[in-house]
Ligand binder design. Structure first.
Ligand code: NAP
Ligand code: MG
Length: 404
């Protein structure tokens, strides 16, 4: 066959451990044979981050700003144990945090669903995508224990001389105290990313906060979303027949459980942290969770939601066989290739991305799956449990039927 041509390179961010091994297998078996793959390669594996003093991470994020679409392998976020294991000169920051800060993006997570694995919530038929505002609030708070009785105040000193101060509580005993913040600019970026992604994926957008209780803080989120929607996106939403819907977070929870899915649920930082774990667990498996970072000006970075699967990697190093699920990593590639195809007007590339995903779903529907999924499927479904290479071979076989 004639390989599918690309015109603009994808920004390729390689990673660590088991997912680095899977990365190589996906490229060799599922991409190179079919696509004249163009990438600008950045090695975000921990040894290279150490060697470049983390410059490679910054370079890869800047390349994403330049080209617009990146695909990322899972990477180690160093902790104390990793500093020893990799003999690091510094505890390098989370690459995802660095990239997110440079792209000023929002992370969207959506499950890949298949017929034979039923969500715990029976009426969910379509994926629910969670958009989490990953900035500020309780994650950047200042807090302490109040040791004795006394007055706590919240004060602000403006650079223009504005000043105010309010009593939070007149403590009659010991207690706790917390101050947190967010910025209009960050909430605005969050809103733009959410509306853009809804248009991109032609799905309704839900947003929920607790503005009845938090009359300034959460109210600000609500008002900023509303203003940006009306000014920039309402016409396009109307044209596509999709809706923007605001409700209280507790009402949203009830509606989500009763819904059949198929929309984006935008959440404040803490709500998104909690709800994304709830939604992904209810859909089945972390190994089936896709993730894309979208910047407010429409730059995309695709990845799997899971990490480097360290436990499997250590077993792999000991020569033991592992069965790591490559689905979310394959879908990171297909998502990035499809987006590149859309931006460059290369229909065959979009079609290839769809076929690659179709081949994966096809293999799963035929019962060929890695061990993590084998335990989740409905009773009565005939399962052939395979290792990673076995699964990738089954996908390749299905792709070859289309392209040969
Ligand atoms: P993890 O890599 O997501 O793995 C946690 C467990 O989930 C695995 O041990 C495995 O369970 C299961 N699992 C995850 N992905 C799987 C897959 N594709 N196939 C089969 N099972 C899968 O999380 P972690 O062990 O907490 O973190 C490992 C490293 O990844 C850390 O260094 C962390 O910093 C990094 N991390 C990176 C990212 C990222 O780059 N986006 C995200 C999260 C974590 P069993 O062992 O029970 O089979
Ligand atoms: Mg969490």
């Amino acid at each position: 066959m004639q390989k599918i041509r690309m015109t603009t390179p994808l920004v390729e961010m390689d990673g660590d451990e088991m997912t680095r091994i899977i990365w190589r297998m996906i490229k060799d078996e599922l991409l190179y044979p079919f696509v004249d793959l163009k990438t600008e390669y950045y090695d975000l594996g921990l040894p290279e981050r150490e060697k470049t003093k983390d410059k490679v991470t910054f370079d890869s994020a800047n390349a994403t700003l330049k080209y617009g679409v990146a695909v990322k392998c899972a990477t180690i976020t160093p902790n104390k144990q990793r500093v020893e294991e990799y003999n690091l000169s510094e505890m390098w920051k989370s690459p995802n945090g660095t990239i997110r800060a440079i792209l000023d993006g929002t992370v969207f997570r959506a499950p890949i669903i298949i017929d034979s694995i039923k969500p715990v919530v029976r009426n969910w038929k379509k994926p629910i995508t969670i958009a989490r505002h990953a900035y500020g609030d309780v994650y950047k708070c200042t807090e302490y224990r109040v040791p004795t009785s006394g007055v706590a105040t919240l004060s602000f000193k403006g650079n223009d001389g504005t000043e105010f101060s309010k009593t939070i509580y007149d403590f009659e005993c010991a207690g706790v105290l917390q101050g947190m913040y967010n910025k209009d600019s960050s909430i605005e970026s969050f809103a733009h990313s959410c509306f853009k992604f809804a248009i991109d994926t032609k799905q309704d957008l839900w947003f929920a906060t607790k503005d009845t209780i938090s009359k300034q803080y959460d109210q600000t989120f609500k008002l900023i979303f509303e203003a940006i929607y009306n000014e920039h996106y309402k016409a396009e939403f109307d044209r596509l027949g999709i809706t923007y819907f605001y409700t209280l977070i507790d009402d949203a929870v009830a509606r989500v459980i009763r819904s059949e899915g198929g929309y984006i649920w935008a959440c404040k930082n803490y709500d998104g942290d909690v709800m994304s774990d709830m939604v992904s667990t209810a859909f089945g498996s972390l190994a089936m969770m896709t993730s894309v970072l979208v910047s407010p000006d429409g730059k995309y970075e695709y990845e799997a939601a899971h990490g480097t699967v360290t436990r499997h990697y250590y077993r792999h190093l000991k020569g033991e066989e592992t069965s790591t699920n490559p689905m979310a990593t394959i879908f990171a590639w297909s998502g990035a290739l499809r987006k590149r195809g859309e931006l460059d007007g290369i229909e065959e590339l979009c079609e290839f991305a769809n076929n690659l995903e179709g081949a994966c779903i096809g293999a799963l529907n035929d019962g060929i799956m890695t061990k993590d999924l084998a335990g989740l499927v409905d009773e009565g479904v005939k399962v052939t449990a395979v290792n990673t290479a076995g699964f990738i071979a089954a996908v390749k076989e299905r792709l070859e039927k289309i392209y040969n």
